[in-house]
Write a protein that binds this ligand. Sequence first.
Ligand code: 3PG
Length: 307
Amino acid sequence: MKKVLVATQKPFAQKAVDGIRKIVEDAGYELALLEKYEQQAEFVAAVADADALIVRSDKVTAEVIEAAPKLKIVVRAGAGFDNLDLEACTKAGVVAMNTPGQNSNAVAELAVAMMIFMARTQFTPATGSEIQGKTLGIQAFGNVGRLVGAKAKALGMSVKAIDPFLKPEQIVSGGAEPAATLEELYSGSDCVSIHIPATPQTIGSIGYDLISRMPKGATLVNTARKEVIDEAGLYRALKEREDLKYVTDVAPDNIETLKAEFGTRVFATPKKMGAQTAEANLNAGLAAARQIVDFFENGVTKFQLNK
Ligand code: 3PG
């Protein structure tokens, strides 16, 4: 009997676990759960007899792959796959997949909420501002970026976007005005929302040069990855410009310094929670389980990342 292991440091909602179990058991497979584990060693031990693996941001390292001789498929229930060692997967003949789009709305709603939270001075009595009539710049116009744009437009914002993989006309058809360059996006937006993945090209790519271009009173929103920010550059920009704000779901390593120095101009969630809704858990978890069954039963590799 095939064994599917769900290894989640940050567990899925119960309803999602129940749904995953049903899909897996209906296919005649067995489900194993490893939730809220604290040591990577626990994960490494749990994969020993797994044929398939479902994870969230859990680190699927070469060590994990090597400890799983039966493993054929790993599905990251979510979008970003910087937690998967794709090379190790390929080397071991393991198919790696993600579930693009399944948790996007949850992240997009959080990005909009964060924008309003900062505009209203973190819900303190201090006078805030409104987002209606302001310009939002969206860095990367994929599943999340497009949803953020649509929600921002409904709230009366003007929306600009940039995406290295899209033509300007594709950005227009997605409902935003294309920005010619990143510099233009940052200098022309009261708020910039970041939706790029963490890759060797993007890591540390948003720093002083871009952030300090933002107009007076601007807010930078990061629901993507902490690694894309150059922390020293962010610190310098916030230090020089008393009007700038930074809000994030992926706290930088220097968050305590930022909070101590910049008070309510900076906010970070204690733990990444953009995709932590019942709906997103259900969408992404069930999609992952279905992709595994479809792979074993029908050879479907639609969302394979390591082709
Ligand atoms: C993603 O890449 O899908 C999001 O960052 C969600 O990550 P999570 O599953 O760890 O919440």
